[in-house]
Design a protein around this ligand. Structure first.
Ligand SMILES: *Cc1c(COP(=O)(O)O)cnc(C)c1O
Length: 405
């Protein structure tokens, strides 16, 4: 009898009822939101200014200050931030951009939509981050940029990556979707490259629903991104309709519609105030999981490297398939049957049909990413989790991996 049938008959695979009742299914990645956000949204609506306006400007200032970056441009997603970062760094058709196979498809799509060709460099099995030696191997005359991803919130090995980019004169862009709080040797992620891209999607460490941000030290790049994000118009709508008198806009580039709304920024402003508080909660849960799961047939995530700050965005143990005698997908089913929501970050990008077909990538091309991709599972990790939620996750994971309650 398959697992689903058995649970339907209220016979979890190893006996007993699910660790959590079905009507309390624990949704993976649900965010913490406070009453300040609700009041701030109400304020925007009451003032009848819900589009891009003063709250977006305030969120940009607050975020720039938080990251210690001179410029921050709020956008409607990290995907938009990645796309415009490609364009602002001059990436164009004929170029190659090196990135990791262990990422979300948005990273690769941003490269493709700039007209360039994505080139993958395999990751490290322990850190799950791109291996700098693999980057070096993939550099050709066409390479224009390196797009790194700080996976799960663990900062990449920036020392060697920066020296490679300097030596080979490559643009460096950071996908910091997982890594808002991360630091490497005292320096904040997103400030190593020319451009750093952030996400405030609902599952990320701080949220605006949909939303993103680009940070940069480069004034020209900042103003280029601002223009590209709003149709290629030389003045944004807020300035146009403010009290300073009527101004015509001029289109100086066929741009995009990537601007953030005040309603989104209204959430972000208050989320950002709580970022350290949220981070401490994530850290505590991460450490509790590590302690609870030691000795199970899985590899728990490696400790953060010395002199780094991990953002603890994802908790990703790797299933020891041999020891357990079951696949990762079986574990996914089993935990879902325990009413615990889970995720997979990621099936490596090169195995998705479009990329495989277009770029000739196949199984075996990036063995470390595949090794992780077959074993990885993401357990709920959020400041919204209650003590009971964390207890249920611990019980369920132990039950499923140990084969007993
Ligand atoms: C979430 C995510 C993105 C995309 O972020 P959006 O804000 O949803 O566009 C990009 N890269 C990585 C690694 C992500 O996890």
């Amino acid at each position: 009898m398959n697992y689903k049938k058995r649970t339907e008959n209220n016979l979890a695979l190893y006996g007993g009822k699910p660790c959590r009742p079905k009507n309390k299914f624990l949704v993976f990645g649900s965010p913490a939101i406070g009453k300040e956000e609700i009041l701030e949204i109400q304020d925007s609506i009451k003032k009848r200014w819900i589009g891009t306006g003063p709250k977006v400007a305030r969120f940009e200032n607050d975020f720039a200050e938080y990251k210690g970056s001179p410029f921050a441009i709020a956008l409607n997603s990290c995907t938009a931030a990645l796309h415009l970062s490609m364009l602002a760094s001059g990436v164009c058709p004929g170029n190659e951009v090196i990135t990791t196979p262990m990422t979300f498809c948005a990273t690769i799509n941003a490269i493709i939509h700039s007209g360039a060709t994505p080139v993958l460099a395999d990751c490290d099995r322990k850190t799950m981050n791109v291996d700098p030696r693999e980057i070096e191997k993939k550099i050709t005359k066409k390479t224009k940029a390196v797009l790194i991803v700080h996976f799960a919130g663990r900062p990449c090995d920036m020392g060697p990556i920066i020296s490679i980019c300097r030596k080979r004169k490559l643009a460096l862009i950071e996908d910091c979707a997982h890594a808002i709080e991360s630091e490497y040797h005292g320096k904040k992620t997103g400030t190593f490259g020319q451009l750093g891209c952030f996400s405030f999607y609902v599952t990320k460490n701080i949220i605006t629903g949909e939303g993103g941000m680009v940070i940069t030290r480069n004034k020209e790049m900042a103003s280029k991104i601002k223009v590209l994000a709003l149709h290629g118009m030389s003045k944004d709508a807020w300035k146009r309709f403010a009290d300073e008198g009527y101004k015509h806009y001029q289109v100086i580039y066929p741009g995009f519609k990537y601007n953030m709304m005040d309603i989104q920024a209204a959430i972000g402003i208050h989320q950002l105030k709580r970022i350290d508080n949220y981070w401490k909660k994530r850290k505590a849960i991460w450490e509790r999981y590590n302690k609870e799961f030691a000795g199970l047939p899985c590899y728990i995530p490696a400790d953060p490297e010395p002199r780094t700050k991990h953002a603890f965005h994802l908790y990703t143990p790797l299933i020891d398939i041999k020891k357990l005698g079951k696949t990762r997908d079986w574990v996914l089913q089993a935990l879902t049957a325990e009413n615990i929501g889970v995720g997979v970050h990621y099936i490596p990008v090169h195995l998705h049909p479009y990329y495989a077909k277009t770029y000739g990538w196949e199984k075996g091309s990036f063995p470390n990413a595949e090794w992780i991709g077959e074993r990885t599972i993401s357990l709920p990790l959020s400041p919204a989790l209650t003590k009971d939620d964390v207890r249920d996750v611990c019980r369920a994971f132990k039950k499923v991996l140990k084969g007993k309650t």
